[in-house]
Design a protein around this ligand. Structure first.
Ligand code: ADP
Ligand code: MG
Length: 270
């Protein structure tokens, strides 16, 4: 059986923050891997042209591989673009490719340009459910921008998880992000909510890190997970092996922290 609570319906979580380098991708792949290792069926949608989540999950990315770009422009179905990962059999990825950065321009004239991810994902989830293996979790890894790609993610998702790096300017920019989330919610997705905030790259021995963490907890008392992700060399080096820290260094402080974060996320009501 699963070590985690199985949600009643698929939890679709956009991992968003328009700031780069705050731990979005690291959080997406490692929480996904933790839940998959615990027996749940998990999908990561790599919604960033940089493709870091695809790399971290060891996705196949040769020319013939179907990617999120192909899905969004209508060449293939979402189901067709789902690949199993090598390390964890319950973990799947829809990989990104560099041409994903073209969708802003290529879809500019399309009326449904903001809802394509939602609609194709719905179809993909229905297809996998019909095959008898419904996904429990979908994580959409957003790029550090507020273009069409993250907008699509915020319209496709039911929840937003915001990784916040414990550094001086952490809270600046969150206001803008919250506005964008409200906009997506108001126009297309009334049930969307910021369910989770995760403090990343914290260091126990700096006052600044602790102070920022406290500030974030004051602003978002309900949403902020108890668990903080520490800075960890193992976390930083696992992607270069095409692995998450969960499988690469399961006993490291980073893996233990991401497992704890996954437990907290799963134990909260969806
Ligand atoms: P984003 O997706 O928000 O741009 P990433 O997840 O790619 O951020 O993280 C940015 C960089 O920091 C990456 O090189 C990543 O490996 C590294 N990193 C992320 N989290 C940690 C951590 N807890 N400890 C050490 N390095 C980390
Ligand atoms: Mg990223």
């Amino acid at each position: 059986g699963s070590k985690f609570r199985v949600p009643a319906s698929t939890r679709i979580i956009a991992i968003a923050n328009q700031k780069g380098g705050v731990g979005k991708t690291t959080t997406a792949v490692n929480i996904a891997a933790a839940l998959a290792q615990g027996g749940l069926n998990v999908l990561v949608v790599d919604d960033d042209p940089q493709g870091n989540a695809s790399t971290a999950l060891g996705a196949r990315r040769d020319e013939n591989v179907a990617t999120l770009y192909d899905v969004l422009v209508g060449n293939v179905t979402m189901r067709d673009a789902m690949q199993p990962t090598e390390k964890l059999e319950n973990l799947f990825v829809v990989p990104s490719s560099i041409n994903l950065s073209l969708v802003d321009v290529e879809l500019a004239d399309q009326d449904d340009r903001m809802t394509r991810l939602r609609d194709t994902l719905r179809e993909g989830l229905a297809a996998t459910a019909a095959e008898g293996a419904p996904f429990d979790y979908v994580f959409i890894d957003c790029p550090p921008s507020m273009s069409l790609l993250p907008i699509n993610a915020l319209i496709a998702a039911k929840e937003v998880l915001i990784p916040v790096q414990t550094e001086y300017y952490a809270l600046e920019g969150l206001t803008q992000l919250l506005h964008t989330i409200e906009g997506a919610s108001a126009s297309h997705n009334p049930e969307l909510r910021v369910s989770t905030i995760l403090l990343t790259m914290s260091s126990k021995n700096t006052n600044l890190s602790a102070e920022v963490a406290e500030n974030v907890r004051d602003y978002f008392p309900e949403q902020t997970l108890e668990t903080e992700i520490p800075r960890s060399v193992r976390i930083a080096e696992s992607p270069s092996y095409g692995e998450t820290v969960i499988t690469f260094a399961p006993r490291s402080s980073g893996a233990i922290a991401y497992l704890a974060a996954a437990h907290e996320l799963a134990n909260r009501a969806e």
